[in-house]
Structure formats: C-alpha cells, structure tokens
Design a protein. Sequence first.
Lengths: 226, 226
Amino acid sequence: MDQATLSEAETEGFETFTPRQNAVLETALGLLVEGGDRALTTARIARAANCSKESLYKWFGDRDGLLAAVVAYQASKVRAPETGQLPETAEAFRDHLFSFAHDLLSVLSGDVSLALNRLAIGQARRDEAQLGRLVLERGRKRIGQRAGALLEAGRRKGFIEYEDRNAAFRTLYGLIIRDFHVRQLLGDVLDPEERDFEAQAGSAIEQFFRLYGSDAHSEPKTTQIR
Amino acid sequence: MDQATLSEAETEGFETFTPRQNAVLETALGLLVEGGDRALTTARIARAANCSKESLYKWFGDRDGLLAAVVAYQASKVRAPETGQLPETAEAFRDHLFSFAHDLLSVLSGDVSLALNRLAIGQARRDEAQLGRLVLERGRKRIGQRAGALLEAGRRKGFIEYEDRNAAFRTLYGLIIRDFHVRQLLGDVLDPEERDFEAQAGSAIEQFFRLYGSDAHSEPKTTQIR
DNA sequence: GCCGAACCGTACCGTACGGTACGATTTTAG
DNA sequence: CTAAAATCGTACCGTACGGTACGGTTCGGC
C-alpha cells in the first residue's frame, strides 16, 4: 500500500467496496467487536465470512489494508450526519447542541466505536499510526466540522460568543465527554447516572452556555490567569 | 494467577520487586515506549535486560503477569504526589488547581503514559480488561483522589461551590484534557499552542471557576435543560 | 572452601499467524 | 452454451511467539 493511495483514496473516501466486500468487512467488524484485534485474523475472517484468504489479500492487499478497510467501511456507514438546516432561534440552537452532545456520547460509547478506537490505539506507536490517522480523519474531524458549523451559526446569530472557534469546540468536547471515553476504552463501565446521556448532554450544554453564551460575559472576574 | 492475588496485592500495591526485577521492568518499559506492545516479547525483554526467559516466568508467572508488573512498576515510581498541605487562601487554591491541571496535561502527554495506556487499551475487550482495571486503579483513581481532596478543601473554604463532587471533578477533568488524550493515544501530534500546557491549564482553571466559583451563581438562567 | 540456590544463555517445542499456491467450483460475458 | 474471470476451500510455508528444559555460572550462607 503506497502513500498516495492512502492519502487520496482512503483518506477522502473515494474507495468503494463491492457488496460482497462490504459483507466480508461487516463480518470482520463483528469479529473485532466480539474478540478484539486478536480475533481479527485473516483465517478467522475468511472462515466466518465464507470467503478465501486469497480473496482477502487480493481485495485489501495485506492485513493492514484490511484493517484500514474495516475502518473505512464503518466510517462509510455513518456518513452524512447532514447538519440539516442551521438553527434560527435560540431554542433551536440549544436543541441542536444538545442533540450533538447526545449523539457524541452515544456514538463514542457504542461497541463498534470502542472496538475500532481500541484497535487503532493499540496499533499506534510514538512515530507512525496509520490507523490512528484514519480514525481521526474519518471520525473526529467530521465531528469537528459538524460542531464547527453549528458553533459558527450560533455565533453569527448572536447566541454565543467566542474568539477561537477551535478552542470553543474543544471546550465543548471536553464538557461533553469528560473522562468517559478513555475510561470506557480501558474497559471501565459507566455508573448508571453517567450512562444517562440525556442528563449528561444537558448538563454539558448548560455549562457551555454559561461559558460562551452571549450574556455570559457579565463578570470576567479574572481577566486571565497567568 | 488467581483473583485474590490480583485484587489484594496488585491492586493495592503490596507487591514489591527486587532491584534486579525493577531493572528488568525498566528495560521492558523502554522497549514498550519505543516499539509498542509488539516489541514487548519475552525474548526481547530477556535479551535487552540480560536475563533469562526462565527468570521472567519465575518472577512474573506469564506474559500477562509481566505486563501487569510493568504497569505496577511505573505506578510505583510516581507514587505519592503528596497533596502537601491544603491551600488556605483563594490564590493558593487557584495555584493548586493550576498545578494539578498542568501536571495532568504533562503526565498524560508523556511517552510512558501514552505507551502504557495504549497497551492497556489494546488489550481491553468488551468483557474483560485486567490491565485496563489496573491502569484505572493505579493511575486514574489516584488522580481523582488528589483532585477530590483539593476540591473538597476549596469548597469548605468557600472558594467554590458544588453539589456533586464527582460531577465537579469530571467537569474539571474535561475542561483540562479536552480531546487531547485520545488524540494523542491515536498518534496525533498537538499543535504548538495546544502543547502550551501552561496556557491550556490556565484557561481550563479560569473556565472552571466561572462554572464553580462561589460568586459564579449569578444567573442560573436555565434551571436545568432536559 | 563448600554447597545449594538463584540465575544466565541457549536450545527446544508446539502453536498460531501472515501470506502464497493450487485445484475445484461458481459466476459472468459474449 | 462456452470460455474466461473470479472466487472458494484447503493445504502449505516460513516465521515468531509463549512457554519449558537444561547445562554452565555466579553468588551468598556457613
């Protein structure tokens, strides 16, 4: 697998798999969710999907290409969250943010997302991390774009105020996810109240508005620490 | 390795290694940081540490025991952050929080921490995650205790207000770490401004005070969304 | 100085994986 | 209907790993 192929095709979503290949990748995804990367061997995939190892290597090149294809396949499934039309009223804006937060919590806590992130993180080294880049490109950045468009719309309408949109997004992200993601990646199970994603999302959005709402600059109090 | 041994000894830090064993574990840690879990094979550790595989199995039981020992060894190194005396003035309290935030960002962004978390996450499955539990127990919970004591002291002194300490802690954590941890676990490299941990910590603490500072309840505005 | 325990280095074993080869079978194009 | 292409199932190869065994060596107790 050469760099150009990965950068142009796999990063941007030009690769499209045949239905048969999609079925195989779906089977592989199931194996991954069930047994982790140790279960994702070429022989097991072939047996579970009723295909030959030769076909796997013909379609995906090698094992790394197959892992990348699994990631790309999953990303292609959740494509197009489609921001829909942007909110016009303050209530609609808050609802959009709430939905975003709720979706984010639900998606990142899902079995498939956790399994794919575990896979990519387990493969990552200090230097290279092909799968990690793919996950970031196909997952994280799409989320950032959706949220970025939302925040920008809210700012133009005067519902919120910020100077650095990326900083505002990262604050929003931190308020929503807190330590839930890494804890779940490590195998921890959230408490029942932590699993109440509606409450968590509501709390996060409420805090976000207290920090960035357009009437929140009542008392800067401390101009800037340090 | 039976459950009791793991629960009592490894979880609570009763196991102590000989200097020779510590040296071997240090070597193993170096291999892990450099090459990830694929590089952490018994043969390589034995060669790099000038010891025999037989000794490794005698000391640590099997490979899982060895990985657990590596985690425990690293945890034993950073033991006792020692909360020191609790802050008496508002400025001291803020400084303590700032130090906590800065330390947290620095530690979680370090090569060793990232390598160990990648290892534990890579091993974790939906069901079992022995290493993940160990990392959570030895790393995360200590952090939570330190922060918890700090927050409680600040609340008693009237510097901040909250109802649920764990919720306050998780908000603080989210404001500090944002999406930095998972991004780095996935192999992403932070932007220069993101790597300015002093600025990031200052910003996080400033936001935290705006949410939880004792004079921050000026306008509840929306009692509770949902 | 002796002895036993711990330890090192190496060799060895069984297994499982990534990847390839090949004949048999199915699918597709014309 | 036929021929070519694609695919399947299986067998096979080389390698690398986890774990064990063993002879030679070091080291501490007496």
